[in-house]
Write a protein of this length. Structure first.
Length: 120
């Protein structure tokens, strides 16, 4: 059995400027998975940087509310929403609430630095 405690995962500032903790990644755990799973936070009034991934990504909103931007589309999101982000889509998310926007990021196949382009 493999269990990972979020509180034991190192917190760092991701390339898109979100506060991230990587829970699962096939390169960092002795488990047979092809995806990666991370816990992300965007502080109130903050926005992640515009970025693209060559891979599929899903955000699952755990807490808070925001405005999700994918290419030319934008939509309000909140707790309980799952957001599919197609490969090579320009994306960013804004925290429009008064509390942290907390969400899970699932990337398939697993996230790799070379698969991400950040636009500052």
């Amino acid at each position: 059995m493999f269990i990972r405690d979020l509180n034991e995962c190192e917190e760092f500032r991701a390339g898109d400027n979100s506060i991230l903790r990587e829970l699962l990644h096939p390169d960092k755990a002795e488990i047979a998975i092809n995806y990666s799973l991370a816990h992300a936070i965007i502080k109130p009034g903050q926005t992640s940087l515009h970025h693209k991934l060559k891979t599929t990504e899903v955000y699952y909103i755990l807490e808070g509310e925001g405005l999700m931007h994918i290419n030319e589309e934008k939509q309000k999101v909140h707790q309980g929403h799952a957001i599919y982000i197609p490969p090579n889509s320009l994306q960013f998310i804004q925290n429009t609430g008064k509390n942290d926007l907390v969400f899970l990021c699932i990337v398939d196949p697993a996230w790799k630095k070379e698969d991400e382009t950040i636009y500052e």
